[in-house]
Design a binder for this molecule. Structure first.
Ligand code: ZN
Length: 491
């Protein structure tokens, strides 16, 4: 038997002004056909899990289409049309498939299709027919839609945030499709969608309350007749009708059981909604707490959360570290023009430099500093361990390490780089343990990399397109009423 493999992964932040184009995908992943399997089979990624799980079941994995781009703005209409067209053209060339394994993100927004994943999943279903199984994985940051559920037979969200179990979930989907193709089971799935936006500060799977929600889902998964159960946190930075949390259940040939179990889990989460609010720690408070701890301490820059689509050029925390003359601190900032100036001057030079806040002023003002150029790098590194996103190859572009007169070490990169690997520092000969404060532009994802060196993390309420304080965002398309917006605690 043969099962086709399709992935289209993009987390789209509708509050980012710049559109996402095909170039963004080309820079990360845009493959068709036979190129896909060799590229993915050794990664810590759900597609790697698909491949391994299918092979274990003696099913041949067939690469169809794979596209991925770092989270950013809404996908431009022409780019999305092109992606879907290429996907369907490739699918049409493989008419001898017994099933499909698909990896959407679930929070993809295209300018012409707000529920972009629901749209392409339905297009694939229409092309593939109803009689053969389509199963797959989703990021728990998916804004799950009824169309995604209707277009597929079984979906599994990653269980961890930071996402380090992507390959395991891919394998779970592969095992499910293998059992279905052997005629052992008949999966029926259903979902429930409470009008709840879980604050990003509360979305870590090993912390309260999502750890508790995960335990409920695990318990449900063990019940007779249940084949799978998934928790979705939702992605609040996509202003779409589907924005919010969800619960999905899969039952064996029993749609009613899937429906009732999903609703039961959703109701438990809804009743606990007061636990999902953020606490919004200020920059100065976070720095004060960090200085009182034995370091290194990680400050998480929530407003410039690169893994949720922000520009990676935010300066708010860096500026306060400079103002307060705090040395032994590290921050990475994307600014290709500053890298070019540093490169031209060369290592050892001392010069005035403007760093960061070059894409907009939503994430601070440019740092105006005199700094020493410590070293220059090509900016490419590999991560061997399973880290958030399952990514193994990173390319920051030309990179400069500089130190300000106040003692702040700044890694200036040419490309937006999410802080998902400590190799980001070590490959530039920076030892994370040399610093008291490490700033990471994220909320939960950096924990997978930084927990090995940082005993303490503080989530910092900074402004920006990924602000934790959702009251700062102007929504036009989400459901109304929702918690915590129109619906207050206890209502
Ligand atoms: Zn995610």
């Amino acid at each position: 038997m043969r099962v086709g493999v399709i992935s289209l992964l993009h987390e789209s932040n509708t509050f980012v002004a710049a559109p996402t184009t095909l170039d963004n995908f080309r820079r990360d992943m845009l493959l068709v056909g036979d190129e896909i399997i060799p590229r993915y089979e050794t990664a810590h990624h759900e597609v790697a899990g698909f491949i391994a799980g299918l092979r274990e079941a003696a099913i041949e994995p067939v690469g169809i289409f794979a596209a991925r781009a770092l989270p950013s703005g809404v996908i431009a209409a022409d780019a999305f049309d092109e992606l879907v067209q290429r996907m369907l053209e490739q699918l049409a060339q493989h008419d001898q498939l017994d099933g499909l394994l698909i990896a959407p993100h679930g929070a993809t927004v295209a300018a012409n299709y707000p529920d972009a994943d629901g749209y392409w999943m339905q297009a694939v279903r229409d092309a593939f027919g109803r009689d053969k199984p389509i199963m797959g994985t989703l990021d728990p940051h998916a804004n799950l839609s009824p169309q995604m559920v209707a277009a597929t037979d079984a979906l599994f969200s990653y269980r961890t945030n930071p996402h380090v179990d992507q390959a395991d979930r891919g394998r779970e989907a592969a095992e499910m499709i293998a059992r279905t193709l052997r005629g052992e089971i008949c999966p029926r799935q259903a979902a429930a969608y409470p009008p709840l936006a879980i604050n990003i500060e509360r979305q870590c799977s090993s912390e309260f309350p999502c750890q508790q929600y995960a335990e409920w889902v695990t318990e449900a998964r063990g019940r007779p007749g249940i084949l799978g159960a998934s928790l979705f946190y939702g992605f609040p930075y996509a202003d779409v009708a589907e924005m919010g949390s969800a619960m999905l259940c899969i039952a064996d040939d029993n749609a009613d059981l899937a429906t009732s179990t999903a609703h039961e889990l959703a109701e438990r989460m809804w009743n606990d909604r007061a636990s999902t609010l953020g606490s919004f720690c200020s920059i100065d408070s976070a720095i004060d707490q960090a200085l009182a701890c034995e370091g290194p301490v990680c400050l998480l820059d929530m407003g410039d959360n690169v893994g949720a689509g922000s520009p990676a050029d935010g300066t708010c925390i860096a500026q306060r570290l400079i103002d307060r003359q705090i040395d032994r601190a590290f921050v990475a900032i994307c600014d290709p023009a500053a890298v070019a100036v540093a490169t031209k001057s060369g290592a050892g030079a001392v010069l005035p430099l403007s760093i960061g806040a070059w894409q907009d002023r939503l994430h601070g003002e440019p740092l105006q500093v005199t700094c020493e150029i410590l070293s220059l790098h090509a900016g490419r590194f590999a991560e061997a361990e399973p880290r958030h996103g399952g990514k193994t190859e990173f390319d920051m572009g030309a990179t400069a390490i500089v130190r300000t007169q106040s003692g702040l070490t700044v890694q200036i990169t040419s490309e937006r780089t999410a802080p998902w690997s400590l190799r980001q520092l070590t490959h530039c000969n920076l030892a994370p343990t040399d610093f008291q404060i490490l700033v990471a532009k994220g909320v939960n994802a950096p924990l997978a990399a930084y927990a090995s060196v940082c005993p303490y993390f503080f989530r910092v309420d900074t402004p920006g397109v990924t602000t934790a304080n959702l009251d700062r965002l102007q929504y036009a398309h989400r459901r109304v009423p929702m918690y915590p917006f129109e619906i207050a605690a206890g209502k």
